[in-house]
Design a protein around this ligand. Structure first.
Ligand SMILES: [Zn+2]
Length: 191
């Protein structure tokens, strides 16, 4: 799944002052260096919910809830991490990059390459069947009484030497990753 960078997350966090954000949900009163209020995450009559502007964190001495501004908004709004970041980025006027589906596109591309490879392999094996080196296969076909039409229709083939297919695919510009994904080519030990 696509994710925002750590730098961007930090930018969003540091541009949303925790006291400002929490003040929009509950009333905070300053006491010394910190702010206190009634915890929104548990029922209480005297404030045990503390917010530190210096550390930009909150902590409830009653229920133990705590964290930074992202945790607070996520918890109080019931949003997941990504949606919380979007809310806070909007609030701070930070433009988020469109999380493109780079990974998805990569997978789709690989899939179509694998499909092509399988098609090439089937045709390659099929042609292989008619070569003089495929005597074993030809005799088998004769025995099974498979006519040429059947052989063509089902692209029945003979694999013979695996290295040949590898060379052919390499020549056609397929990468090792694509070939391995097709499962037609396997990595030999020590290669
Ligand atoms: Zn609490």
């Amino acid at each position: 799944m696509a994710r925002y960078s750590e730098e961007l997350i930090e930018e969003i966090r540091s541009n949303n002052d925790i006291v400002d954000v929490i003040s929009s949900y509950i009333t905070l009163k300053r006491s010394g260096r910190n702010f206190f209020g009634l915890c929104p995450f548990h029922k209480e009559k005297s404030p045990s919910f503390a917010v530190s502007p210096d550390k930009q964190i909150f902590h409830c001495f009653g229920c133990g809830a705590g964290g930074n501004v992202i945790h607070f908004v996520s918890k109080i709004e019931g949003l997941d991490f990504k949606d919380t970041l979007e809310v806070l980025a909007t609030r701070a006027g930070i433009e988020l990059p469109v999380l493109d589906n780079y990974e998805d596109e990569k997978t789709a591309k690989l899939k179509s390459k694998v499909y092509e490879i399988n098609k090439i392999a089937a045709e390659f094996y099929h042609e292989n069947l008619y070569k003089p080196t495929s005597k074993i296969a030809q005799e088998y076909i004769k025995k099974r009484k498979l006519d040429n039409r059947t052989l063509k229709a089902f692209l029945i083939g003979y694999s013979g030497n695996f290295d040949e297919l590898y060379k052919l695919l390499k020549q056609k510009g397929y990468t090792e990753e694509e070939m391995l994904a097709s499962s037609l080519i396997k990595k030999a030990d020590g290669r």
